[in-house]
Write a protein that binds this ligand. Structure first.
Ligand SMILES: [Zn+2]
Length: 187
């Protein structure tokens, strides 16, 4: 199994399949999971399924998007998506089945599915692991409203606010500065 940070990157990338960065006024963002084949592509890319599991149904695509939307609410510094709806989130996970494999280096949860459902179940196992090992808070959403990019905070405190200090961080600071400056000059 991959390290905690690698797992965090996979989850952040999953959230970013809905890219909300505003490139121009009124930009609706980019949805990457537009059809089942795109979901398969994404799952393969992150090694959550193998070539032999390369199919997805419309329902699985729908489930993937709903899981993404509900899980996104659990990002600790997310101010944009509303409160976590625990019942809804739990409902979405109910169709998944897992087994327990006993290995020399410890037990491991494994999905009891094929195709895209297997990949999504694998993703849920990662979520479970990250929450169990208290790593989840390192998944952050950029607080710049026109960005909302999800990133992994590797800093020691793990309380970062911007996906990049150079871009969004400075932009936010300049904005605050401009606001202040405006207020001062209007006095
Ligand atoms: Zn940002």
């Amino acid at each position: 199994m991959t390290s905690g940070y690698d797992q965090l990157e996979i989850i952040a990338d999953f959230f970013n399949t809905q890219d909300r960065r505003t490139r121009y006024e009124g930009d609706p963002g980019i949805e990457l999971l537009t059809e089942p084949s795109r979901l398969v592509e994404w799952l393969l890319q992150h090694q959550l399924i193998t070539e032999s599991d390369n199919a997805a149904s419309e329902e699985e695509l729908q489930l993937a998007r709903e899981l993404r939307n509900e899980l996104r609410k659990t990002i600790v510094n997310n101010e944009y998506d509303g409160n976590v709806e625990q019942v809804k989130l739990e409902q979405l996970t109910k169709s998944f089945q897992f087994g327990l494999v006993f290995q020399e280096n410890g037990e491991q949860l494994v999905p009891l599915h094929v195709n895209a459902a297997k990949g999504l179940a694998q993703l849920l196992i990662i979520v479970y692991e990250l929450r169990r090992t208290k790593m989840w808070h390192r998944i952050r959403v950029c607080t710049a409203e026109d960005c909302q990019w999800v990133f992994v905070d590797r800093s020691r405190p793990g309380t970062g606010r911007w996906c990049s200090m150079k871009a969004c961080g400075n932009r936010a600071k300049n904005k605050t500065f401009r606001h202040k400056h405006k207020n001062e000059s209007s006095l």
